[in-house]
Design a protein around this ligand. Structure first.
Ligand code: ADE
Ligand code: ZN
Length: 375
C-alpha cells in the first residue's frame, strides 16, 4: 500500500500537487487493445453522471464574495485568497464548521439560481450529461430564507441549463442529521408542495451520534410519498458499519453516499452487490476529511462488482470537480481505461434516470469508448 501522504491529492492550495497529469497511461487490462490511451483526455470527454454533489458545496470563493456584495452582507473576507484561507479542515466536523456559515450570502431566488447554474455550467464542460444534486433546505429555512426561495432558484437553473447547456438535472433534498427528526418531518411535509421538482431524499451533515435509524419514520414517509432514498454513510465514522447496516436493512435505501467502509464487512458487500445498490464515492473529498482518498477500498469494491461511482461532493471546497476526481483515482490507483469506463457506466446505471434516457446515454458512452479503442 502506498504511503498515505501520496493519497493527499488535489489539496486546494497546492496546485503543484493537483493529480491531473496529462500523461499517457498504458491501458492495463486484457480488455484494452494494444493502443495506448491518453487517459486524461479520455476522462475529460467521458460522458458521465454526477450523483453526489452538494449545491451549497459548489459555492466558490468568487461567487461568495459577489453575492455578499450584491446582498449588502458584511463578511470578514474581501479577496478570494482570504476566503480560501478560511478553508481549514481535516474532518467532516471541521469542514461543516466552515461550510454552513458561508451560506449566509445565499438569500434571494437569483442567488440560488446563480449558484446552481454556475455548477451546471462547469459540470457540462466536464462531460457530465446528467446530475442528481443535493440541497440542504434546513440550512436556509433555519436562518429565515424560505423553502420556496431556495427551490425556486434551483429549479430555474435546472430548466435553463437543460435548454441552454443540454445537461439534465434532478434535486435530492437532504435532511440535516444533527437536527431533530421532527424538523426533518416538517421539512418533508413542506417539500410535498414541490413534489414534482424533487426526485429523492437524502441525509447529510454530522454523522456523529446521528444514526440512520433516528430518521426511520421520516424516510418511511418519504418512500410512501414516492421519493427515492439515499443516505450518507461518511468515511471512518464511529459506528460506520452499523450505520451502513441500518441504511440497507432498516431504511431500505436505493443508494448509499460514500459507504466505502463496507469493505470491512464482506456480508454487507454481497448484499449491495446483489441488490445493485450504488455507492457514490468522492475520492478527493475523502482526502480532506480523512487521511487518504480511500483508493484501495474504492477499487476493491469496483473490482468486486459493486456499483461504485465517482463524484465531487463539495467541489468548491475540495478543489476537484468530477473530472479531477476520476483523474485522481485513476492516476493514484493506476486504473485501466476499461475500469474508468466501468466507473462511468456505473454512474448511469446507479442514476435515477428513466430507463430510456439511461440506455441512450449508455449507448453514447459505448460509442465514445469505441472511438478511443476502449471496451
Ligand atoms: N454536507 C456537505 N458535504 C457533506 C459530506 N461530505 N458529508 C456530510 N454532510 C455534508
Ligand atoms: Zn456528501
Amino acid at each position: 500500500m502506498p504511503a498515505l501522504c501520496e493519497q493527499h491529492v488535489a489539496r486546494r492550495f497546492d496546485p503543484a500537487s493537483r493529480p491531473v497529469p496529462r500523461r499517457t497511461i498504458r491501458a492495463m487490462t486484457t480488455h484494452d487493445t494494444a493502443s495506448d490511451v491518453d487517459l486524461a483526455a479520455f476522462i475529460a470527454g467521458l460522458p458521465k453522471c454526477e450523483l453526489h454533489v452538494h449545491l451549497e458545496g459548489t459555492l466558490s470563493p468568487s461567487l461568495k464574495l459577489a453575492l455578499a456584495n450584491r446582498n449588502g452582507i458584511s463578511i470578514a473576507e474581501t479577496t478570494v485568497a482570504e476566503v480560501e484561507a478560511t478553508y481549514q479542515f481535516d474532518s467532516l466536523t471541521s469542514f461543516l464548521a466552515v461550510y454552513y456559515p458561508a451560506m449566509n450570502v445565499l438569500v434571494t431566488v437569483d442567488d440560488f439560481r446563480d449558484l446552481a447554474y454556475a455548477y451546471l455550467t462547469k459540470a457540462a464542460s466536464q462531460g457530465v450529461r446528467h446530475v442528481e444534486m443535493f440541497f440542504d433546505p434546513q440550512a436556509h429555512t433555519g436562518r429565515g430564507v424560505s423553502f420556496h426561495t431556495v427551490i425556486s432558484g434551483y429549479r430555474r437553473a435546472i430548466v435553463e441549463a437543460r435548454a441552454q447547456l443540454g445537461i439534465s438535472a434532478e434535486l435530492i433534498m437532504c435532511f440535516l442529521r444533527d437536527l431533530s427528526a421532527e424538523f426533518a418531518m416538517a421539512t418533508l411535509m413542506e417539500s410535498l408542495h414541490y413534489r414534482d421538482w424533487i426526485i429523492g431524499v437524502g441525509l447529510d451533515s454530522d454523522e456523529r451520534g446521528n444514526p440512520p435509524s433516528k430518521f426511520a419514520a421520516v424516510f418511511a414517509r418519504a418512500r410512501a410519498e414516492g421519493y427515492l432514498l439515499t443516505m450518507h454513510c461518511d468515511i471512518d465514522q464511529i459506528g460506520s458499519i452499523e450505520h451502513i447496516r441500518q441504511v440497507i436493512e432498516e431504511i431500505g435505501v436505493d443508494r448509499i453516499d460514500h459507504g466505502t467502509n463496507i469493505v470491512e464487512n464482506p456480508a454487507l458487500v454481497e448484499v449491495v452487490k446483489q441488490r445493485g445498490i450504488g455507492l457514490t464515492c468522492c475520492p478527493v473529498s475523502n482526502s480532506f476529511v480523512t487521511s487518504d482518498m480511500k483508493a484501495d477500498e474504492i477499487v476493491q469494491l469496483l473490482r468486486h462488482g459493486v456499483k461504485v461511482t465517482i463524484n465531487s461532493d463539495d467541489p468548491a471546497y475540495f478543489g476537484g470537480y468530477v473530472t479531477e476526481n476520476y483523474s485522481s483515482l485513476a492516476t493514484f490507483a493506476r486504473l485501466s481505461a476499461s475500469e474508468v469506463l466501468l466507473l462511468a457506466r456505473n454512474s448511469f446505471n446507479a442514476s435515477w434516470l428513466p430507463a430510456r434516457a439511461r440506455d441512450n446515454y449508455l449507448t453514447e458512452l459505448d460509442d465514445y469508448a469505441a472511438q478511443h479503442g476502449v471496451r
